[in-house]
Design a protein. Sequence first.
Length: 221
Amino acid sequence: MSTVRRITIAAFALSFVFGALFGCNSQPEAPGAVVMTPEEQEAWEIRLVEYRIDKNESYMDPAESPLMAEDIPAFVGLNYYWPEASLRFRTKLEPDTTGATISLEKRRGEIVEYRRHGTVRFAHAGKIHALGVFGPVDTAASGDYLWLPFYDTTSGESTYPGGRYLDLEPEAEGMVELDFNFAYNPLCDYNHEKFNCTLPPAENTLDFAVAAGEKLFRLEE
C-alpha cells in the first residue's frame, strides 16, 4: 500500500471519529441570537413597543388591572429594560416524551404540579444554556400552554425576586421564539395580597444578567 493511500485512509478514519464525537447529531443545537436586518429589527422593536403599550393600558383599567386599587390612579406604566436584540433566540423545543411532571412551590408554600414539555437551549456569552419548559397538568381546567419560568442574576436586584416568566408558542418543526424582551413579572409583584405565584425550579437559573423585559414594579433607581 502506498504512503499516500495510508495517509488518506488514516485521515478518513480520524475524521469519522471526530465526527462521531463532535458531530451535530451528538450534541443538541444551541443557536445564538437571531440575526436581523435593519428592517426586521425595526419591525421587531415596533411589535415589542406595541405589546408594552397594550399591557400598560390594560393595567390602567380598573376592571382588568391586577394592580392594588390604590396603585391604579397614579399608574403610568411598567418599568422595562431597553430592547436588547442579543437576548432574542429562535430555538428548537426538545420534547419530553416521558410524561414527567414537576412539583413547583408557590410563594406562600403550596405545591403545584406541572407537566414537563421539554427543554430549550441557546448560546449566549460563549456558553450554552438550557431551560425547562412546562405546562399545566389539567389542560381542561387551565388550558394548554407552554410556560418558561426562570431566575437570573438580576432576580432580587432590578427584577422580581421570585423570578420572571416567558410564554412560548410552538412553531413549525418544533421551533419556538425565546425572546427575553417579553419576560414578565409574576402577578405577585403587582399585588402580593391577592396573588400567590409559582416560583421557577432551581434548574431554570441563568448565571448571567437577563437585562431585558420587565423590571420590578416598584423600582428604586
